[in-house]
Design a protein around this ligand. Structure first.
Ligand code: C2E
Ligand code: CA
Ligand code: CA
Ligand code: CA
Length: 273
């Protein structure tokens, strides 16, 4: 028995060491990954009730030699811990702006792109200067760039970050609260913050064991959002009954595999333009 136990410790150590090494490799590969353009933009459409595409969320993919395509879940956390995330986000935002510039030239300037903003960006980056410089450089309309922030971003240094969000909105950007309902202070936040939209993940319903209760919470959120003139996007829509459920509650904007998975930019344009 003792031998087995020691072996499993050794095995555990081995796994942990492998994981740590892998994380270190990701960090040391970062610079060359940027230089070699290994990070690419995938787009997932956001649609209205009729299924008409209005815009897209930009979701990053890492095309890494040997490893193949890596999903954000494998590297975003690593880059957040090592502080590299802001360089990656800046890069992704620029890719999105380049796309918007191309779309404008193609006469497709009605569509927006929604980008993700890591909570770390609020500390490591001058978000305002970075974004205003980008839209000026690419000559795009700021209201075509949506910024998906999370509650954690505004929890610390709330006053400072709320002021930044106001400044960004005054400049013309649209600000969206991602993963609404995942934290605890969502409802307060809705009152305190000036937002253009919130995103509710269908996961919220899957996670909650009491369907009656979650329906009541959703109804409350949707009513409050309506009163405050905040749009609601339901994401993670996989099935028709989920879509119908949210439509019945008054939601009009959707994103999810039911409509389309995230796809490369050229495929997105082929499908929707
Ligand atoms: P998120 O912002 O909540 O993005 C939505 C995630 O749900 C995406 O995963 C998307 O592919 C996935 N999804 C979309 N529709 C469905 C559906 O119907 N069912 C299910 N089960 N999932 C669906 P993805 O692309 O793997 O990204 C994961 C997370 O990584 C994102 O969650 C976001 O937090 C982060 N992320 C992605 N791109 C970036 C980026 O450029 N910068 C930063 N900082 N974070 C990013
Ligand atoms: Ca998002
Ligand atoms: Ca989300
Ligand atoms: Ca999600």
């Amino acid at each position: 028995i003792k031998g087995d136990y020691q072996q499993s410790i050794a095995y555990y150590d081995d796994e942990l060491r492998k994981q740590m090494l892998e994380r270190q490799h990701m960090v040391s590969d970062f610079r060359s990954a940027i230089a070699k353009q290994e990070f690419r933009l995938y787009l997932q459409p956001q649609v209205d009730e009729q299924g008409t595409m209005l815009g897209a969320e930009a979701l990053v993919r890492w095309f890494r030699p040997v490893h193949g395509m890596m999903l954000p879940e494998e590297f975003v956390d690593v880059f957040e811990k090592s502080g590299l995330i802001s360089a990656m986000d800046q890069y992704v935002w620029e890719l999105a702006c380049k796309e918007l510039q191309r779309w404008k030239a193609m006469g497709k300037e009605q569509y927006y792109i929604s980008v993700n903003v890591s909570p770390k960006d609020f500390y490591f980056l001058d978000i305002y200067t970075t974004l205003t410089t980008l839209v000026e450089c690419y000559e795009i309309d700021p209201d075509k760039l949506r910024l998906e922030i999370t509650e954690t971003s505004v929890m610390k240094d709330a006053n400072k970050h709320l002021a930044l969000i106001d400044d960004l909105r005054t400049y013309g950007f649209r600000v969206v609260m991602d993963d609404f309902g995942r934290g605890y202070s969502s409802l307060n936040m809705l009152q305190d913050m000036n937002l253009d939209a919130i995103k509710i993940d269908m996961e919220f319903l899957r996670r909650n064991e009491d369907p009656e209760r979650s329906r009541m919470i959703l109804e409350m959120v949707l009513n409050l959002a309506k009163e405050l003139d905040i749009h609601v996007v339901t994401e993670g829509v996989e099935q028709k009954d989920q879509l119908q459920y949210m439509q019945e509650l008054g939601c009009t904007l959707f994103q999810g595999y039911y409509f389309a998975k995230p796809m490369p930019v050229n495929q997105f344009e082929k499908t929707y333009f």
